[in-house]
Write a protein that binds this ligand. Structure first.
Ligand SMILES: [Zn+2]
Length: 453
């Protein structure tokens, strides 16, 4: 199998970034918006049966596409006797084998794309297993995802979001495109931004919407500001577990609405909390199933493991992928918001620890996950297949354990990146290991704090 060298891997991403800055995408997005918004905006208002029919049709196309073009799927589906065009019913789809993250990692690069150059547009996830995987993303998926961002804010704001509004993303890295013809502007700040600086930006630019981590929002709230004073109406939180009570308190403290988003790099938007506080599945972004630990499909109402199929991306198709979080689907309830996306409940798996510095500052796990993510994006350290875990044995000390992936690492370079987050006085050790200290079959956690245990 053809390998992809470190420099080639980094160069491809750079090429992809400049490619997406070309003005042609602005034109394309505008025409995609013009031709699809009317249907897209009401897609989830269709009857559940119509949504289901559309999904089966899309899944049938995706599976055939993957079988024809992606070596991993050709092999995997051939082994179970799959023939092109044979997904006609849901039972046909449910016969397909599940996809594990390991398969994507082992299949990199040549087995999980049609063409190695497809990695020009790619994304990385360390997700629920903590092991980095690189996935190629199609341009078409980026376009659709961009329009679904518009729909997300339209839906979660109760129809208030409009083309002249700005959304401030305080996040790991900016989205591929930052506006469409000067409208639907997405402003960006990295999560490594000092909270005072973020507040200054909010004061100066007055975004109507903010999207960030709940722990970052807590830091904003701890300064005592009322975001409503600066024109903010709604904050969307994501990536980490936050419960209803916590969001309610934040909403009260900041005098804005706070709603949740459940998403992952592999599956994009999974479910969004509507103004009535139900999590509706984004049925045209991904198709979600719930299974038990033996792989049996569970009926609605039972708690199990989330399995998802990405309905947008064909560059590295993600089909019946074991996401690993726990949740259940309820179809009993009808929501007054008019969204007929199935309702998902009890999502678990995003609980995180904090690291405490010797000055008493609490740095949330998401910041460390961001740094790990940025090893590649900012510091050009290739991470595919790499797995890591931060362990804080006591205040003032931090240990990082790394299992090398596809590429060999320079630990000093990694160490420097972590010092952008913690004080230099912290005693930081980085170890290359074969096995992470806390990874015994239970859900992987990227940051473990032993302080006070
Ligand atoms: Zn609803």
């Amino acid at each position: 199998m053809r390998r992809i060298s470190k420099t080639e891997y980094v160069a491809l991403r750079k090429k992809g970034q400049s490619y997406m800055e070309l003005p042609v995408h602005d034109e394309n997005l505008q025409s995609e918006y013009d031709s699809t918004w009317e249907n897209l905006s009401v897609f989830l208002h269709q009857s559940p049966e119509d949504i289901r029919d559309w999904q089966l049709n899309r899944l049938s196309y995706l599976v055939d596409y993957a079988f024809d073009n992606i070596p991993l799927y050709h092999k995997k589906y051939s082994e179970v006797g799959y023939k092109k065009g044979s997904i006609k019913t849901w039972a046909d789809f449910y016969r397909l084998p599940y996809l594990r993250k390991e398969e994507l990692i082992e299949g990199f690069p040549g087995e999980i794309v049609k063409d190695i150059d497809d990695f020009m547009l790619s994304t990385r996830s360390s997700g629920s297993s903590g092991k980095f995987v690189t996935i190629a993303v199609s341009q078409e998926a980026i376009y659709k995802d961009t329009l679904q961002t518009i729909r997300q804010f339209y839906m979660q704001s109760g129809g208030k979001y409009c083309a002249d509004d700005t959304i401030l993303f305080i996040y790991t890295c900016p989205w591929w495109v930052s506006q469409i013809k000067g409208k639907f502007v997405q402003d960006f700040l990295p999560t490594t931004t000092k909270v005072e600086d973020a507040i200054e930006r909010i004061k100066a630019t007055r975004p109507r919407y903010i999207s960030t981590y709940p722990t970052y929002l807590e830091k904003i709230a701890s300064t005592g500001v009322k975001l409503s004073d600066y024109g903010v109406e709604l904050v969307i939180v994501h990536s980490e577990q936050s419960d209803k009570k916590q969001r309610k308190m934040l909403a009260k403290a900041l005098n804005v609405e706070v709603l949740d988003e459940y998403s992952s790099e592999e599956l994009t938007r999974i479910a969004l909390e509507c103004p009535n506080h139900h999590y509706h599945l984004e049925e045209d972004a991904c198709f979600i199933e719930i299974i038990d630990k033996d792989g049996n499909k569970l009926p609605d109402g039972q708690l199990g493991i989330v399995v998802g199929t990405n309905l947008l991306n064909t560059a590295t198709p993600i089909i019946r992928y074991i996401q690993g979080d726990l949740a259940k689907i309820t179809t009993e309830e009808n929501c007054e918001c008019g969204n007929n996306g199935r309702i998902i409940e009890g999502v678990k798996g995003r609980n995180m620890d904090c690291v405490i510095t010797d000055t008493g500052e609490r740095i949330p796990a998401s910041c460390f996950m961001d740094i790990a993510y940025n090893w590649f994006l900012v510091y050009d350290i290739p991470v595919h297949g790499l797995k890591y875990q931060f362990v804080q044995p006591e205040v003032g000390k931090l240990d990082l354990y790394i299992i090398e992936g596809e590429y060999s690492l320079q630990l000093d370079a990694i160490k420097e990146t972590i010092y952008t987050l913690i004080p230099r006085t912290t005693q930081l050790n980085v170890y290359k290991v074969d096995k992470l200290p806390y990874d015994q079959g239970t859900k992987y956690r990227p940051v473990i704090s032993l302080v006070g245990r």
